[in-house]
Design a protein around this ligand. Structure first.
Ligand code: THU
Length: 137
C-alpha cells in the first residue's frame, strides 16, 4: 500500500469509527484510526460522560484499542471531526501519541467534514515530548 493509499484508507476507517461516537453533550462526533505495526487498523471514537472531565477523545480510544489488542506501536493515524472544524488532537492526546508512535516522523492526518485534510507529524505537534524514563535512575 502506498503512503497515499494508507492515508485514504485510514481516513475512511476514521469515519467508520466516528459512527460509534458517544457525544451527547458536545454533539461533536470524532472518529480516529491507527495503522498498527502489526498491520491491523484499529478504530476509535470520542466517548463522553455526564461528568464532563471523564471524556476520552477519539485519538486516545484508537490508540488504547490498539494497545488493548497487544500492539504497542502505530505507523500512521487519521482523525476526523464534523463540519468545518478540524479535530486537531488535544494536548493530552499528543502526549499519548508520542508514547506509542513509531517515530516522531509518524504521519497524522486531520480531516474535517468538508473534505479538508491537514498532514502533520507527531513531532510537529509534540516537539519536545516527555518520553520513557529509566525507573532505576
Ligand atoms: N475531541 C476529540 O475526540 N478529539 C479531538 O481531536 C478534539 C476533541 C472530542 C472531545 C469531546 O468529546 C468533543 O470532541 C468536544 O470537545
Amino acid at each position: 500500500m502506498t503512503k497515499e493509499e494508507l492515508r485514504d484508507k485510514l481516513i475512511e476507517e476514521a469515519w467508520e469509527g466516528r459512527k460509534n461516537s458517544y457525544s451527547p453533550y458536545s454533539k461533536f462526533a470524532v472518529g480516529a484510526a491507527v495503522m498498527g505495526a502489526d498491520g491491523v487498523i484499529y478504530r476509535g471514537c470520542n466517548i463522553e460522560n455526564v461528568s464532563y472531565g471523564l471524556t476520552v477523545c477519539g485519538e486516545r480510544t484508537a490508540v488504547f484499542n490498539m494497545v488493548a489488542h497487544g500492539c504497542k506501536t502505530f505507523t500512521a493515524l487519521a482523525v476526523v471531526g464534523s463540519g468545518s472544524a478540524e479535530a486537531a488532537p488535544c494536548g493530552a492526546c499528543r502526549q499519548v501519541l508520542a508514547e506509542f508512535c513509531e517515530s516522531l516522523d509518524t504521519p497524522v492526518y486531520i480531516g474535517d467534514g468538508n473534505g479538508g485534510l491537514l498532514e502533520v507529524t507527531v513531532g510537529e505537534m509534540m516537539p519536545h515530548p516527555f518520553l520513557k524514563f529509566d525507573p532505576e535512575n
